[in-house]
Write a new protein. Structure first.
Length: 253
């Protein structure tokens, strides 16, 4: 098995080349702060689906059409018409069982929409569940795509990617693959993980972590740093577009 890591989503031209990717390739989009964490919690609470988009207008239109809940915030404040902020405290109190939820997220929607192959969403909270699920599909190649921040790499996602790589390597060896091959930024992410004594320290110092702390959302950084607390694996079911923004529908595997 080959394990590949991209520190940011590939440019559009590269995305188009993935359209005919073989079925034995699986993408794992990594977004620790906050889409990977919040999506897992919403599906864990019984949401039928979580629809990720980066556009406020696109989110409102989709929620109005489907009667979905609107979850998200800009600078820590929910935009007009949104039901809840995208915080762990808010999400854990949402009554969303049997309903769709539209979640505002900056970078994960583009990464998920560009994968163009079987794709799941990961954070630290569901890292172990993601690896177990993907390995059950017996892929020849796993591509980890870090969502990053506005097109730039982010330390939080690199740490999580390093953890996922180490788990994939261990699982691959357990299945008889003595030396799984690696490419892209795989070794870099492993080095980042190994030089970070505590994932919370690295995520706290990350660009997105700093942004959250600036608007008083320190607790989100701590909650997203928890490892293997959820068995939910969000799977991309479909991708639509509105107002030039992707709308990515994820369901629980």
């Amino acid at each position: 098995m080959e394990i590949h890591v991209d520190l940011t989503p590939p440019p559009s031209e590269s995305e188009r080349t993935h359209a005919a990717a073989p079925t034995d390739v699986v993408s794992v989009v990594v977004d620790v702060l906050r889409a990977g964490t919040i999506t897992a919690h919403l599906l864990e609470r019984g949401a039928d689906a979580v629809i990720l988009t980066s556009g406020v207008r696109a989110a409102r239109q989709r929620a109005a059409a489907d009667g979905a809940l609107l979850v998200g915030d800009v600078g820590g404040v929910p935009p007009e018409g949104f039901n809840h902020a995208a915080t762990n405290a808010s999400v854990r109190s949402i009554e969303c069982a049997g309903r769709e939820v539209v979640l505002l997220a900056d970078d994960a929607p583009r990464a998920l929409a560009g994968a163009r192959r079987r794709c799941v969403l990961a954070g630290l909270v569901n890292a172990v569940a993601v690896v177990e699920t993907v390995m059950a599909w017996e892929p020849a190649r796993v591509v980890l795509v870090c969502a990053g921040e506005h097109g730039e790499p982010d330390l939080a996602d690199a740490i999580a990617a390093g953890l996922l790589v180490s788990l994939f390597e261990r699982a691959s060896r357990a299945m008889g693959d003595v030396d799984p091959s690696v490419s892209g930024s795989t070794r870099f992410c492993l080095s980042v993980l190994r030089t970070t004594k505590d994932p919370l320290d690295g995520i706290w110092a990350s660009s997105v972590g700093s942004d959250l702390r600036t608007v008083g959302l320190e607790e989100e950084v701590a909650a997203a740093s928890e490892i293997a607390t959820s068995d939910v694996v969000p799977l991309v079911e479909s991708v639509d577009h509105a107002f030039g923004r992707p709308l990515v529908r994820l369901v629980r595997v």
